[in-house]
Design a protein around this ligand. Structure first.
Ligand SMILES: Cc1cc2nc3c(=O)[nH]c(=O)nc-3n(C[C@H](O)[C@H](O)[C@H](O)COP(=O)(O)O)c2cc1C
Ligand SMILES: O=C(O)C(=O)c1ccccc1
Length: 370
């Protein structure tokens, strides 16, 4: 379909770069260390291909998946990312309305520039039944964690996503080089305002801290909300998490922003899915950019996938309408890929359909080669 009038290819990150200050663009785009894990998240999808099944009939497709007792219209959610007001003045409220309008569950972050209650209110304006989860970093002071959890509960969040891949903060090369440390005046991590131990009206810093399984147990006692562990890559941790009663997992290397030596999320996924053996839903994020990536992750054992940067780029370039458009496009692309693979439902995608792309070159012997 590409022709002289097709226009330039759609490169969301480049469009966003034109709109953002260089240091804010780098904050969103960048990763830890040499950005190996960051690059590999996308590259690893590129190393995989899908074998379609043929003559499977049936024009009807149903992309819904069930996660923690709710039907999602597609196996897609918005991963938590910090500081949406750096991308667009409407910030997390715009993201929330767009996610809700497309039926896409949203994980709003503890590092949001909009308080969780306002994020849920915005989502519910677009869809009274919108699914919003709250992402939490366990804090060293139990009362601080407890207050954050109760705020998320009161706001109407239906699960807590505990990020466990950050015992210390990643060394983000671009941020160190740019000297990016603080939000500009007027913006703040609003969930961190008026917490125990801080002056009234002040915000606390988000602590990165090496919590343990006992701390997760204390969180379990604090709340009846389902607990989702985000940032699991080792299959043994997945097994222990299930034994601790965790309700779901997110296989993630934090978009390549924590351990640069980590594998691509999609490469870690099969072993984690194997260890979990269907006992809880396995979600994943990192490098998902098109319908084929969603299909690959599902075939390798994910129930649904999250997107981080694609939402930030869409927000920066098109605000609420931009995010709506990006989420709709991803969902439609997944439905199309599912059809081309001979599938009717997400569960029809299976691991035997995933093969490596770019097999090693087989030298021709001359004889038999045509
Ligand atoms: C700018 C930015 C901020 C992020 N902030 C958080 C955060 O506060 N908490 C968290 O658990 N993950 C955070 N993440 C990681 C995302 O939740 C997600 O794992 C990652 O972005 C997925 O990869 P993708 O960007 O390739 O889709 C952040 C990612 C980015 C790019
Ligand atoms: O930037 C991030 O990836 C992130 O997780 C974070 C954590 C705390 C504050 C701001 C961002």
């Amino acid at each position: 379909m590409t022709g002289p009038h097709a226009g330039p290819p759609h490169r969301p990150a480049e469009s966003a770069r034109d709109r953002l200050s260089p240091e804010h663009y780098d904050y969103f785009a960048g990763g830890a260390g040499e950005e190996t894990a960051l690059r590999d998240n996308e590259d690893a999808f590129g190393r995989l291909a899908l074998l379609p099944r043929v003559l499977r009939g049936g024009a009807e497709r149903d992309t819904r998946v069930s996660v923690l007792g709710r039907e999602w219209p597609a196996p897609l959610f918005v991963s938590p990312t910090a500081f949406h007001r750096l991308a667009h003045p409407d910030g997390e409220a715009a993201t929330a309305r767009a996610a809700a309008a497309t039926g896409t569950p949203l994980v709003t972050g503890m590092a949001a520039t909009t308080a969780v209650a306002d994020v849920v209110t915005a989502a519910r304006e677009a869809d009274p039944d919108a699914v919003v989860w709250f992402q939490l970093y366990l804090q060293p002071e139990h009362e601080v964690t407890a207050e954050l959890v109760h705020r998320a509960e009161r706001a109407g969040c239906s699960a807590l996503v505990v990020t466990v891949d950050s015992p210390v903060f990643g060394r983000r090369t671009r941020d160190l080089r740019n000297g990016f440390r603080d939000l500009p005046p007027g913006l703040a991590a609003e969930n961190m305002r008026d917490l125990p131990g801080a002056a009234p009206g002040a915000t606390r810093d988000i602590a990165m801290w090496p919590a343990g399984w006992d701390d997760l147990g204390r969180l379990r006692e604090l709340t009846g909300l389902p607990l989702v562990l985000k940032g699991v890559l080792h299959p043994e941790d997945a097994r222990v998490a299930v034994e601790h009663g965790v309700d779901a997992l997110v296989v993630s290397n934090h978009g390549g922003r924590q351990l640069d030596a980590a594998p691509a999320s999609v490469e870690a996924l099969p072993a984690v899915a194997g260890a979990v053996a269907g006992r809880v839903p396995v979600l994943m994020d990192g490098g998902v950019r098109r319908g084929g990536d969603i299909a690959l992750a599902l075939a390798l054992g994910a129930r649904a996938v999250g997107v981080g940067r694609p939402v930030l780029w869409a927000l920066a370039t098109g605000g609420e309408a931009g995010v709506r458009q990006a989420l709709t496009a991803l969902r439609e692309d997944f439905d199309h890929v599912l059809a081309l693979c001979g599938g009717h439902r997400p569960q029809d995608l299976t691991a035997d359909q995933v093969v490596p792309r770019g097999l090693p070159h087989r030298p021709r012997t001359g004889e038999g080669a045509c």
